[in-house]
Design a binder for this molecule. Structure first.
Ligand code: FES
Length: 216
């Protein structure tokens, strides 16, 4: 991703702007004070509460959180910029997270990412004009044995190939259901299933594993 120059001389928060945190959100944040020794320790719960309420954590909210927790706004920014879970600007209705770790990289994850960028017409950390999708990359999604993987909201899609991208995006429920995958995935799954039926002895089973452990 290209470097972006930020002008630090321009204030990002208007001191006269009305508060963005409603009373219900403030009450919920304060309800955590008794659970921790310091107010500062409530920072992570506070960020979750605000993101749940507003969909993201705008600059103004960071200042208000800092005020509530009696810390400096820079402490809030330090924390929020560490966790990719938190958004400082509105995100799309669905977030596509492409794995950028080694297994997926080796299996062609970068080409999937490029195809997504092309079809969505956005770059990483951007949102489509219609607000439908945001695109990010993340480290391992814990699906390495089915690389390359991506998430659409919480739904993990495995063995995704660039040619699957159009089909994935066309499925309205792609954040809830599995979408038919590439021929490579289907072929390997089918051949494994066929081999299991015809020659179970060739394939390891849980009882084989137990026997191996007992033999150790
Ligand atoms: S490396 Fe991509 S899911 Fe683990």
């Amino acid at each position: 991703m290209a470097w972006v120059t930020i002008n630090r001389n321009e204030p990002v928060v208007d001191p006269k702007a009305p508060p963005v945190l409603g009373e219900a959100v403030r009450v919920k944040i304060r309800s955590f004070f008794d659970r921790y020794e310091t107010k500062r320790a409530v920072l992570l719960p506070a960020l979750h509460i605000v993101q749940d309420a507003l969909g993201h954590v705008p600059w103004q909210a960071m200042v208000e959180i800092a005020d509530l927790l009696e810390i400096h706004p820079s402490d809030v920014i330090d924390t929020i910029s560490f966790y990719t879970h938190f958004w400082t600007h509105p995100k799309g209705e669905k977030v596509i997270t492409v794995c950028r770790s080694i297994s997926c990289e080796v299996m062609g994850g970068a080409a999937v990412l490029e195809e997504l960028k092309k079809q969505l017409k956005i770059d990483e950390h951007e949102t489509t004009k219609d607000g439908k999708y945001s695109l990010v990359t993340e480290e391992c999604l814990a699906g390495c044995d089915n690389a390359p993987c991506l998430l659409i909201n919480e739904k993990l899609h495995k063995h995704v190939k660039p040619q699957d991208v159009a089909k994935l995006l066309a499925e309205a429920n792609n954040d809830r259901i599995a979408v038919p995958r590439s021929a490579l995935f289907d072929a390997s799954t089918l051949s494994f299933a066929a081999a299991s039926k015809t020659n179970g002895a060739l394939l390891g089973t849980t009882s084989d594993v137990r026997e191996m452990r007992e033999a150790d």
